[in-house]
Design a protein around this ligand. Structure first.
Ligand code: C5P
Length: 234
């Protein structure tokens, strides 16, 4: 029988959404279910890899499999530290987590109260670091990071740019090796079992693979597990 394709490989998967606290009882979050990330972890484990799953807030629970270790995080700051620890010497990073781009600038140690005079509180946000872009930079500077870095882009599209064009620009801007695009919206992708993805390769990766379809995305529609297998194949 053929050897599993990822046997002996160390794969790091981030999954789910981050939660950015406002006060002891409130947070900013997002609609990520964690299903795609979990499907990636399971598919990589089935392909023989040793998987480290860094799980944010998810609707699903991490599988109890011998070759998957799981670590739970809430905030983007915790995710950043976990990714830095786990990716040193890893073969592959699958950055499927929905990381909050912004966090509340100030954490209120006490629950934010309604005021007597009817004024509304103002929440000021500040940028979170881009963990994916940072990991790419660390690899370039120190050469220690994952051999292959895969980013994800959930685009709703906009009036002036098509999702595929946005994804191409994002691939170049972040410098990752592959970028997986899926279109999201009210009834699309989040929480669903089915998905549609477009996998884009960096120019460098296309050159190395002598890819005849250079620049063209690999597109597929199916279950999130099937999408995970297509991503691992790419
Ligand atoms: O820029 P955007 O959020 O669309 O990029 C999505 C990709 O970047 C995902 O792979 C996500 O995990 C990653 N990301 C990150 N750190 C952030 C925001 C997004 O690593 N602060």
């Amino acid at each position: 029988e053929a050897q599993p394709p990822l046997l002996g490989r160390r794969v790091v998967v981030t999954a789910g959404g981050t939660r950015e606290p406002l006060d002891p009882v409130r947070y900013l979050g997002n609609r990520s279910s964690g299903k795609q990330g979990l499907a990636l972890a399971e598919a990589a484990a089935a392909a023989g890899a040793q998987v480290h799953l860094i799980a944010g807030i998810m609707d699903v629970t991490a599988p109890d499999l011998p070759n998957i270790t799981a670590e739970h995080i809430e905030t983007a700051a915790q995710l950043r530290a976990a990714v830095e620890r786990a990716t040193d010497g890893a073969d592959l990073l699958l950055m499927a987590a929905a990381v909050a781009d912004f966090r509340p600038a100030d954490y209120a140690a006490q629950k934010i109260k309604k005021t007597e005079d009817g004024t509304n509180p103002v929440i000021t946000l500040e940028r979170n670091p881009d963990i994916l872009a940072e990991t790419v930079q660390r690899r370039a500077q120190q050469g220690t990071g994952p051999t292959v870095i895969v980013g994800f882009a959930a685009e709703t599209g906009s009036a002036d740019a098509e999702p595929l064009e946005l994804a191409r620009a994002k691939l170049l801007r972040k410098g990752c090796d592959l970028l997986v695009l899926n279109q999201v919206g009210e009834n699309l992708v989040f929480g669903r079992d089915e998905t549609e993805i477009h996998i884009l390769s960096s120019p460098e990766l296309s050159d190395q693979a002598q890819d005849a379809n250079r620049g063209e995305p690999v597109s597929m529609r199916g279950t999130k597990r099937q999408a995970a297998e297509a991503i691992l194949a790419a």
